[in-house]
Design a protein. Structure first.
Length: 411
């Protein structure tokens, strides 16, 4: 008996380091997966502790608050076991059986394998528990009846499906998982219908979010805006490229997620989005002022008055201060709303990788008349955006009226 106990103790002693190493590997892997899944962006309030919740998420049905997902047993997910965590992540089910609102992207995460969920959970158990309750989401009737989400989930909860990848490269397959599942890019870049569900027949063709357009991520549309695989990978890694910088809702995605991903994964995401092989990126030539419309010609002076000090007289931009107008992806969008919002709202100071910074851009909503704003938009879009269409003052006023009545500003 003593010999048997000794052998058992020896076996346990030899296995312990292996088990600990496996646990450490799982936690490290979970940390990376949590970053790829962008958990921090929705579960961290501005200036708040990581994963402690409290971020207000504006939806057409009311404001939903990101929950505390630290290991706090009272306010967080400290009592969740792996099964319960997997159900929350992939089915939108809380530990008490209540339905989560689909602001939690379980509609994309439902394709996540169990081992990835377990790894994320293992990592979240290691973060500092924050003993603070996040604000309670209180929606108006009937959206406050969580039981009604049962029917919604039956209809739409598992609408996201991966396309067949037969004959595709390993990079393409990895990119599909990173984009469609972990990164849940379609949740913002796909239009939604009346019940708030993604319109899968228009997947990744663009969606509206707090008055801004999350633009189309289709390969042909990306190429039409000048994107190639290298530039797209660079944009995800550094938050900036020849096409401009990340701003608005994409800036926290860069800050909390994409800048920490591996180069192979970023390249895989670009490969999936642009295709393999990718369509040729469209190169624009600058349009001479005399070939622009009268409105755009008038807008040249408005540009010199309010924009050229930072973006330079000929649109080349200034390093560490302001992006170039030449080749800028926002100017190349058919829909002018993002350009309009940026001019009116401004952009806060942006801190990118290393020591790279972009100074804050002021908003000009109270400095430009409707006519001046329209002329400026036409000048920017025709001169550097490849847009031949002429915006009328009424077009701009309609977009201004469509802006949400909130204090939401670009990051």
């Amino acid at each position: 008996m003593n010999r048997l106990l000794s052998r058992l103790a020896l076996a346990v002693g030899l296995a312990a380091p292996v088990l600990l190493a496996h646990a450490d590997d799982q936690v490290k892997r979970g940390e990376y997966l949590a970053r790829a899944a962008d958990c921090m962006a929705c579960h961290t309030a501005p200036g708040g502790a990581p994963f402690a919740g409290g971020l207000p998420i504006v939806s057409p049905f009311g404001t939903i608050y990101g929950t505390n997902i630290t290991p706090s047993k009272e306010h967080g997910i400290g009592l969740y076991n792996d099964d319960e965590f997997f159900a929350a992540l992939t089915e939108g089910k809380r530990r008490d059986g209540a339905n989560l609102y689909p602001a939690m992207p379980y509609t994309s995460y439902h394709l996540m394998p169990r081992e990835d969920s377990d790894a994320i959970h293992a990592y979240l158990k290691t973060v500092e528990p924050i003993e603070r309750a996040a604000p309670v989401t209180r929606l108006s009737f009937p959206f406050n009846v969580r039981l009604g989400l049962m029917g919604w989930n039956m209809l739409y909860g598992k609408d996201v499906k991966l396309a067949p990848t037969d004959g595709k490269s390993e990079a393409f397959k990895r990119g599909e998982y990173m984009v469609e599942v972990l990164g849940h890019c379609g949740e913002c870049h796909t239009p939604r219908g009346l019940p708030g569900a993604m319109q899968q027949d228009k997947r990744l063709t663009g969606g509206l979010l707090n008055g801004y357009l999350a633009p189309s991520l289709l390969a042909t549309d990306l190429a039409a805006r000048g994107w190639n695989q290298q530039d797209l990978s660079t944009f995800l890694k550094h938050g900036m490229s020849a096409q401009g910088t990340m701003f608005n809702e994409m800036f926290p995605v860069f800050h909390n997620s994409t800048q920490g991903l591996s180069d192979p994964d970023l390249a895989a995401m670009a490969t999936y989005l642009l295709g393999d092989p990718a369509p040729v990126a469209k190169v624009l030539t600058e349009v001479p002022l005399e070939q622009m419309s009268p409105s755009a010609q008038r807008g040249r002076q408005d540009y010199l008055n309010v924009c050229a000090g930072c973006h330079a007289p000929n649109g080349e931009g200034k390093p560490h201060i302001a992006v170039a107008m030449r080749g800028n992806t926002t100017l190349r969008l058919d829909d002018p709303r993002n350009l309009l919002r940026v001019i009116e709202d401004g952009i806060g100071e942006q801190k990118f990788a290393g020591f790279e910074r972009m100074q804050p851009m002021p908003g000009f909503a109270d400095k430009l008349s409707h006519e001046q704003l329209t002329d400026l938009l036409n000048y920017l879009r025709q001169g550097w955006g490849g847009q031949a269409a002429e915006l009328a003052v009424s077009d701009v006023q309609k977009l201004q009226a469509d802006a949400p009545p909130t204090e939401h500003k670009a990051h």
